[in-house]
Design a binder for this molecule. Structure first.
Ligand code: CP
Ligand code: NVA
Length: 311
């Protein structure tokens, strides 16, 4: 793996390899055998949007792998005053060993990767949130009892025939990364969202995943293995808050929706959560253990991405 720019750009085998390594690093955390492949490296973290999980887990993860993080708020560097991505990429490539970027346009991370000479990790754009979905898949694997992935294709085999449902803003970055994950690993994905919040036909055609769109939340949940949601107001969409709260209210995951899913179905959330909007407080609390495990797995999985890139 040279960069991690999107789930779309990964193969199923790459996804499985990085999750397998995430599981290994989770087991090794704090032990003498834990590897430090980034010894002597400094990685820039260029963030143009807020973050708790991604920022902290990358900073901690870089240190645990022997490297040093250099956090650069996008507005603290000249990029925020109009210096081009291209020039920033050229300059930073001479100082640091890699760049972790959270921004708006997917084209910005793609351009940085193309023009610079260092590896680039997408820490969330408007199009994709690959680190999140890889961590979610790792969490899904763990809930299926997989503490390691030894055989090739083991995760795809375990997920074959399983159904995940994404509720709410199915046009957002997290949903889109789920769509490409479904395409790469072969599980079924349902999108439970009003028409205005479905991904474009072009994205669905490009993904060639087993995706079905539902206009009734209860039907979408029926018999599902995993129910997933994300904030209704992604970063950058704040001006649409009122319209979104109104349009998405019927798509909240609440107890009646969960009862439609398979007994013991997972409920997942990438966080931050807004209880009473995309998920009821009751459902959140009942599934908090797995939701916070997803958050923890960001650390292990992103360390695996960094170690894979450093290989
Ligand atoms: N899930 C996630 O990316 O959280 P942060 O915005 O806090 O990084
Ligand atoms: N879709 C959300 C994810 C936050 C982690 C956003 O882009 O704000």
């Amino acid at each position: 793996m040279k960069h991690l720019l999107s789930i779309e750009a990964l193969s199923g085998a790459e996804i499985e390899r990085v999750i397998a390594l995430g599981l290994r690093l989770k087991a090794l955390r704090g032990k003498p055998a834990h590897p430090r492949p980034l010894r002597g490296q400094t990685w820039a973290m260029i963030f143009g949007k807020s973050s708790t999980r991604t920022r902290v887990s990358f900073e901690v993860g870089l240190r645990e792998l022997g490297g040093s993080p250099l956090f650069l708020g996008m507005h603290d560097i000249q990029l925020g005053r109009g210096e081009t991505i291209e020039d920033t990429a050229q300059v930073l490539s001479r100082y640091v060993h890699g760049a972790i970027i959270r921004t708006y346009g997917q084209d910005e991370v793609e351009t940085f990767a193309r023009v610079g000479s260092i590896p680039v990790i997408n820490a969330l754009t408007d199009d994709e949130h690959p680190c999140q979905i890889l961590s979610d898949l790792m969490t899904w694997a763990e809930t299926l009892g997989m503490r390691s992935l030894r055989a090739k294709g083991a995760l795809a085999r375990a997920l074959r025939g399983k159904t995940a449902v994404f509720f709410g803003d199915a046009a957002c970055n997290v949903a889109r990364s789920w769509i490409f994950a479904a395409a790469r690993l072969g599980f079924r994905l349902r999108l439970a969202a009003p028409k205005a919040f479905l991904p474009s036909r072009e994205v669905l055609a490009r993904a060639r995943a087993d995706v079905t769109c539902f206009n009734d939340p209860a039907t979408a949940a029926r018999g599902a293995d995993l129910l997933y949601t994300d904030t209704w107001i992604s970063m950058g969409k704040e001006a649409e808050e009122r319209r979104r709260l109104r349009a998405l209210a019927p798509w909240r995951i609440h107890a009646r929706i969960v009862r439609e899913a398979k007994p013991g179905a997972l409920v997942m959330h990438c966080l931050p959560a807004y209880r009473g909007n995309e998920i009821s407080a009751e459902v959140f609390d009942a599934h908090a253990r797995v939701i916070f495990e997803q958050a923890e797995n960001r650390l292990h999985l992103q360390k695996a991405v960094l170690a894979e890139i450093a290989r």
